[in-house]
Design a protein around this ligand. Structure first.
Ligand code: FAD
Ligand code: SF4
Ligand code: SF4
Length: 415
């Protein structure tokens, strides 16, 4: 499935800036843009990330299965005679605008090869002649796209191919398996794009024997070193949280062997999930359905896969977790063999940088770290753990714009 743009579109191009795949056309500067017709989404390259729908001011971007059939046809027809655009063709996005700092290429360190670090790298290649050193403590690019996005969403993971091509650029030095703390100085600027993968905690008694979304998701996605810290015990599990990650967790827990076989999971993961005996999931939200953070598409997907085995409970606050089950503020206990917590992620302090512990971010102004000239942030460590893949593109672009302007000011004082 892809996303589709309807005739309601007012062509303000907000979605173009956040589309991680360059799938939306005509974009500013292309023939046809501004001629009063809607933009279109190329169904061959769209990865269903939903960033266009999140940002569209008039709800014109929608999943194809919720759009009118004529809109689906209109979008596909626009691209019928066109070659799919290479999202990584660094010149196809817009003409390169080289920004030479002082007397030539400089060295920039990007820490973290998740979406934010990859888009920051791409933007630096497009806008400057800098040499980029890119490091990640893991051996592969992708961050949470590789080790967070659910294994039954292979289309969303396609963007990893794009990231892999970016690291092959001649001005990128890619150092996999490198922790930023092992690096010495010698860079003109550092972009910290280290994400925010640690699960928030509920703060209830017994929580230590529950499983966090961080651990569960890392395990089923095969992140190196990740293990499942609990034994899965049916027939019922409780998942606390009402975002898309909570729904991912519920969907995976309720997948049967046939469904698991279609997914990109290891045989071990498949065996443990299939043998779990979990037949029912209670999804618990602290507030009402009107504040639920999951998207309609994610809810429909869960209900389609296992609707009769999912119970949505709202206005329920857990107070303790024991082998009997989860006790709520109301006094009720939900009998269950496992508790999963999926109430959001938070950033951790970065060595040598200020940290706002309440928001889980490094304080910054448009990406420039407050009080640390030469240091920048992008992605979840800059904005907090919110927003899908596409939002990191506009976020990284803002950071690199700030970086380039500060460098220019430094290279030509007074200009
Ligand atoms: C479980 C889950 C599922 C999701 N599913 C979707 C989805 O289906 N669709 C969607 O659009 N969005 C999804 N998202 C959101 C999306 O993954 C995030 O928007 C995005 O990954 C944030 O990008 P980032 O680069 O800031 O962080 P990350 O993706 O976390 O990348 C940070 C990178 O920095 C590296 N790193 C950290 N510290 C260091 C260090 N000290 N030295 C070196 N490297 C370091 C990490 O290894 C990692 O590779 C999901 C998120 C989660 C948690
Ligand atoms: S923003 Fe995401 S959903 Fe929208 S067109 Fe681009 S890839 Fe598809
Ligand atoms: S954000 Fe919405 S209105 Fe704006 S160009 Fe995209 S689809 Fe059209």
């Amino acid at each position: 499935m892809s996303y589709v743009i309807s005739g309601e579109c007012c062509s303000d191009a907000s979605c173009v800036a956040v589309c991680p795949m360059n799938s939306i056309h005509p974009s500013p500067g292309e023939p046809g843009f501004g001629a009063g017709v809607s933009l279109f989404i190329d169904p061959r390259t769209c990865i269903d990330c939903g960033a266009c729908a999140d940002i569209c001011p008039v709800d014109a971007a929608q999943p194809a299965d919720q759009a009118a059939p004529e809109d689906v046809e209109r979008n596909a027809a626009y691209f019928a005679e066109r070659e799919p655009l290479e999202a990584t063709d660094l010149d196809s996005w817009e003409p390169p605008a080289y920004q030479v700092w002082g007397d030539g290429p400089r060295r920039v360190l990007v820490v973290g090869a998740g979406p934010a670090g990859m888009y920051a790298t791409r933007e630096l290649l497009l806008r400057t002649t800098a040499e980029v050193t890119l490091v990640d403590r893991l051996d592969q690019v992708g961050g949470l796209v590789r080790f967070g996005v659910a294994p039954d969403h292979p289309r969303t993971k396609q963007i990893i191919d794009t990231f892999e091509r970016i690291v092959g650029h001649s001005r990128v030095r890619w150092l996999p398996g490198t922790d930023s703390t092992s690096l010495t100085t010698g860079y003109d600027a550092v972009v910290h794009a280290v994400g925010a993968r640690r699960s928030r905690r509920l703060g209830i008694s017994g929580e230590d024997s529950a499983c966090t979304a961080e651990d569960f998701v890392a395990w089923y996605n095969g992140r190196p070193g990740a293990t499942l810290p609990v034994q899965l015990t049916g027939p019922r599990a409780v998942v606390v949280g009402n975002g898309n990650v909570a729904l991912d967790v519920a969907r995976l827990l309720l997948s049967d062997e046939d469904q698991l076989r279609q997914m990109d999971v290891s045989p071990d993961v498949r065996r443990v999930l299939a043998a779990s005996g979990i037949k029912e999931v209670v999804l618990l939200g602290r507030r009402g359905p009107e504040t639920a953070a999951y998207t309609e598409t994610a809810l429909q997907e869960l209900l389609a896969a296992a609707g009769d085995r999912v119970e949505l409970r709202f206005h329920a606050r857990p107070t303790s977790w024991t082998s009997e089950g989860l006790t709520l503020e109301s006094g009720d206990t939900i009998a269950a063999g496992n508790l999963f917590t999926a109430i959001g992620f938070e950033g951790q302090a970065v060595d040598g940088l200020p940290f706002d512990a309440d928001r889980g971010i490094v304080p910054n102004v448009r990406g420039a770290v407050v009080g640390r000239p030469g240091h920048y942030v992008a992605g979840w460590i800059k904005r907090g753990a919110r927003g899908g893949i596409g939002v990191n593109k506009a976020c990284a672009q803002e950071t690199v714009t700030t970086l380039v302007s500060s460098s220019r000011a430094a290279a030509s004082p007074g200009s």
